[in-house]
Design a protein around this ligand. Structure first.
Ligand SMILES: [Zn+2]
Length: 132
């Protein structure tokens, strides 16, 4: 499924983040604070999101688990950089809310007996597209 989605480059990612920032309309996708990573909240039905692109570089390759936190943030920090080549962004799809048009990053965290659907708002403020 992921290989059917267009791969998102830095320019597209910035464009989508910019689009999202311009949306003023209130929406239930904003009911839960997803400025940092959260589990997909009950207030946001998965059917309301549609994938528009992917950050997965190669669907046949296991993406790296290296995180990018030059300023001492953590995985769940609301101000953690969104660095597409780092964990967990390198396994994310970019999804659009079908009601308001805002964009989100999402991926599935698979544990032994559970699958956790994680989501974070695509905020241009934290986008770091040149982190190698
Ligand atoms: Zn929405």
């Amino acid at each position: 499924m992921q290989d059917l989605l267009p791969k998102s480059g830095a320019a597209q990612l910035r464009a989508l983040a910019l689009q999202s920032a311009a949306i003023a309309q209130d929406c239930n996708c904003r009911a839960a604070d997803s400025s940092g990573w959260i589990s997909l909240p009950l207030s946001l039905p998965e059917s309301q999101l549609t994938d528009v692109a992917t950050l997965v570089a190669d669907p046949y390759d296991e993406p790296a688990f290296t995180e990018y936190h030059p300023d001492g943030t953590r995985y769940e920090s609301p101000d953690a950089p969104i660095a597409p080549r780092h964990y967990p962004y390198n396994r994310c799809n970019i999804a659009r809310c079908t009601l308001c048009g805002r964009h989100y990053l999402r991926y599935m965290e698979a544990g032994g007996y559970f699958v956790d659907r994680r989501i974070r708002a695509l905020d241009r403020q934290y986008l770091v597209t040149d982190a190698a």
